[in-house]
Design a protein around this ligand. Structure first.
Ligand code: SAH
Length: 444
């Protein structure tokens, strides 16, 4: 009833009124979207918005937030912005009347919405997820019930090497035993011969984390390899790897251009994941030092240096802040720091040590413009000029004041930085996520 009334209201609107309300029209097209589950999923904020318009919106947003710090370049977009995600996650559930479904969690809930294909995701990965659902039915594998803890199949994670085509399937189970394991593996590989490895991950905790601690390789090597910026990278199930390979190349090239290396520099790659940025830059640097918290990622980074015969790169497993304090205390001379923290941004500990280390250039890669703005404020001393930065919005007034006050207290003792350029890179088309790479230069 409600639906039909809405529709007839729409028909009754005159052409004139629709022309005069372009934003309303756009809003409607976003809500209807091109994807049948756009509203429930909430992942594609820009579903139904033409790509050029998405880029313009992101550009405007970055400019509004960051142009006070320095020049904002034009956003680097994609030629073909669909199906870019090389990592695809699905949750499995049993629903009355439907049987086993695979898909995504509804936004802000733990209800599962059935999804067979997605505009963002790699299509082979989507097909594998559907096949696993069908195989689960024929192998009589029950889905895991988050409330009771009964059942087996919980999530599937598929990772696809963009250049190599290697595919990893991670079956996340509530307990370690997959019945008829051999037959299941051979049936899945028969349907999808492109699969190069299958890993069982055990997660029996009440948690929103997808992966648990324990892992068992049941087919292939237990990892995939991919090629980025001419280097080969090994990627383990729990290691971070950028989800949009095409744009990652552009992002890293911009970051390395900003680093302006001559072959002599000591470079830190902080929050380095599997070492991708540091190893891509190593041939232009004197020495690369990487630091990362996740131990599997650090192991991958060490092996990645070896695979690519890179001898001037070392990787350490540590909290990046703690590590930077140690480097600063040792009075190591560092020329360039790449920093690529998670969405929450960096920490006071990290940035205080960074200001003490005083590299000539900082290349800050960020997937969250709000925390980027907060951290730039810290590194540039923008609070001095009476500017109110967006830090308050992110952390709350109290935190921002404490933050600014602390660094101000250290004024004179620490180096200051100037933002030279900010380049947004569209790593996540159709979503409202924005990635930026920023060059900061020491100014005193
Ligand atoms: N530079 C990498 C990874 C960026 S993602 C790339 O481009 O692929 C951010 C990384 O920071 C993740 O690998 C995460 O494990 C790591 N990380 C999160 N908190 C950290 C901390 N406190 N110290 C060090 N690394 C951390």
């Amino acid at each position: 009833m409600e639906e039909s009334r809405k529709r007839s209201d729409k028909r009754n609107k005159s052409l004139k009124s629709r022309i005069q309300q372009p934003s309303l029209k756009r809003e409607a097209s976003f809500r209807e979207g091109v994807c049948p589950v756009a509203k429930k999923c909430g992942g594609c904020r820009y579903s139904g918005v033409p790509y050029q318009e998405q880029l313009a919106k992101k550009q405007k947003q970055v400019e509004q937030l960051l142009k006070g710090f320095g020049k904002v370049n034009r956003i680097i977009g994609m030629d073909k912005p669909e199906h870019y995600r090389n990592k695809v996650h699905a949750v499995y559930d049993f629903q009355k009347g439907k049987g086993i479904v695979s898909g995504i969690y509804q936004e802000n809930s733990h209800d599962v919405v059935a999804v067979d294909s997605c505009l963002l995701e790699n299509q082979k990965a989507d097909a594998i997820i559907v096949s696993i659902r069908e195989l689960a039915k024929s192998f009589k594998i029950k889905t895991y019930d988050e409330d009771t803890g009964y059942g087996l199949l919980r999530h599937v994670l598929v990772r696809v090497g963009h250049i190599t085509g290697q595919i990893m399937v991670v079956l996340v189970l509530g307990s370690p035993i997959l019945p008829s394991k051999k037959n299941f593996v051979s049936a899945l590989c028969k349907l999808h011969p492109e699969i190069t490895t299958i890993v069982v991950n055990v997660n029996n905790k009440k948690t929103s984390m997808v992966l648990g601690e324990k892992e068992q390789v049941i087919y292939g090597k237990g990892y995939i390899e991919d090629v980025l910026c001419g280097r080969t990278f090994r990627i383990s199930p729990k290691s971070f790897y950028q989800v949009n390979s095409v744009q990652t190349e552009k992002l890293y090239r911009k970051a390395i251009e900003y680093a302006d290396l001559t072959g002599e520099e000591t470079v830190i790659d902080a929050y380095c994941g599997i070492g991708t940025i540091g190893l891509a830059a190593a041939s232009d640097a004197g020495e690369v030092i990487g630091v990362e918290l996740n131990k599997d990622a650090v192991r991958d980074a060490v092996i990645n240096a070896r695979i690519n015969q890179i001898k001037n790169a070392d990787f350490y497993q540590n909290d990046a802040g703690r590590f930077m304090v140690q480097v600063a205390q040792a009075q190591t001379k560092v020329d360039v720091v790449f920093m690529d923290p998670p969405r929450s941004g960096s920490t006071e500990e990290f940035m205080d040590a960074l200001l003490q280390l005083a590299p000539d250039r900082i290349v800050y890669i960020s997937c969250n413009p709000d925390t980027l703005a907060r951290d730039l404020k810290y590194l540039t001393g923008a609070w001095d000029k009476g500017k109110t930065g967006p830090g308050e919005k992110v952390q709350g007034q109290e935190k921002a004041v404490r933050y600014a006050g602390k660094a101000e207290g250290a004024k004179g003792r620490l180096s200051r930085y100037r933002v030279m350029e900010i380049t947004p890179v569209d790593m996540f088309p159709f979503t409202d996520c924005i990635e930026c790479v920023t060059l900061l230069q020491k100014s005193n």
